[in-house]
Design a protein around this ligand. Structure first.
Ligand code: SAH
Length: 286
């Protein structure tokens, strides 16, 4: 299968995506896709899926650049469609995951300077030396973690920019997401808030311990690679149906691993494709 190897390269932090947003609702100038990115024909459908408060028409009327913002959002929606088609073409079949990826505006989770690249199947820097995973691997992990049955409560370790948490919010009723870098945590919180997402509990802390207060979880997704999957996370899976997806290993030698908790004491481990994630680190960074 193409794209097996996930080049989650550790991009040096060249972007300036470390500021914390202060505005009430997104008032920033909307970054626009470059003409070459704009799909043909330009899609004029500006509707955004239920649950996501993105660019309501009433808000746009207030702005003098409303028309341009509207067309930029329409162009981004077209790019999302193309991204979702690419995901289908490369083996992603879970329709709920594909629908969520069509809904969540990935360009709103990266620095404006990178917005035009938000729908490429590529990892992108998100500040603090971290990267957002390429869309294919995000779709792959979410599809796999949903394969065990109905997910009511889900945990993410490594909220980063909040993009995957926003997807999980579309898929699962209750989501807890833990991030250890303060500036990323603050930014993710602001982004989720500005999109009207209320079913994600963002936690600042070391996610290697999970978040016992919210356990058990039907699904756990770890977005950073550790040498071994922390035992605390396994213990927070729902016995009988809980599933965890995590990259294991370090540097160039990492494997995506799926753990199913079959009974209280019985776990099944399946090794999936080679991947490349940023490291799972200990402690927090203020
Ligand atoms: N899911 C994220 C991916 C971010 S990259 C997104 O959609 O953007 C992985 C993230 O894991 C980084 O933000 C990094 O700071 C975080 N991380 C690494 N070790 C962690 C730990 N022990 N606890 C919580 N977060 C951790």
């Amino acid at each position: 299968m193409p794209n097996r190897k996930s080049p989650r390269s550790r991009v040096t932090a060249t972007n300036s995506n470390t500021r914390v947003s202060t505005g009430q609702l997104p008032r920033r100038a909307v970054a626009r896709p470059t003409p070459a990115d704009v799909p043909r024909p330009a899609n004029s459908n500006t509707r955004v899926g239920a649950g996501l408060a993105v660019r309501k028409p009433a808000e746009q009327v207030e702005s003098s650049s409303a028309g341009r913002d509207l067309s930029a959002e329409a162009a981004f929606e077209g790019l999302r469609k193309r991204m979702v088609q690419n995901l289908r073409d490369t083996g992603i079949t879970n329709e709920r995951v594909l629908a969520a990826m069509q809904q969540v505006p990935r360009h709103r989770f990266v620095d404006e300077a990178l917005a035009s690249r938000a729908y490429e199947n590529a990892p992108l820097p998100i500040g603090a030396g971290q990267t957002i995973s390429q869309p294919w691997i995000v779709a792959r992990m979410l599809s796999a973690v949903m394969g065990g049955g109905t997910v009511r409560r889900a945990l993410e370790v490594g909220a980063g920019c909040g993009y995957q948490a926003a997807l999980m919010a579309q898929l699962f009723p209750q989501v807890v997401s833990v991030e250890r870098i303060r500036v990323l945590y603050d930014q993710a919180r602001e982004r989720l808030r500005s999109l009207g997402i209320t079913n994600v509990q963002l936690v600042f802390g070391d996610g290697r311990a999970g978040w016992p207060a919210g356990a058990p979880y039907d699904a756990i997704v770890v977005a950073a690679a550790g040498i071994a999957i922390p035992e605390a996370l396994l213990q927070q899976l729902t016995p009988g149906s809980g599933r965890l997806l995590a990259p294991e290993g370090s540097g160039n030698s990492q494997q995506l691993v799926m753990i199913e908790r079959l009974t209280h004491d019985n776990f099944r481990r399946t090794e999936l494709e080679a991947v490349r994630f940023v490291p799972l680190q200990s402690g927090v960074k203020l």
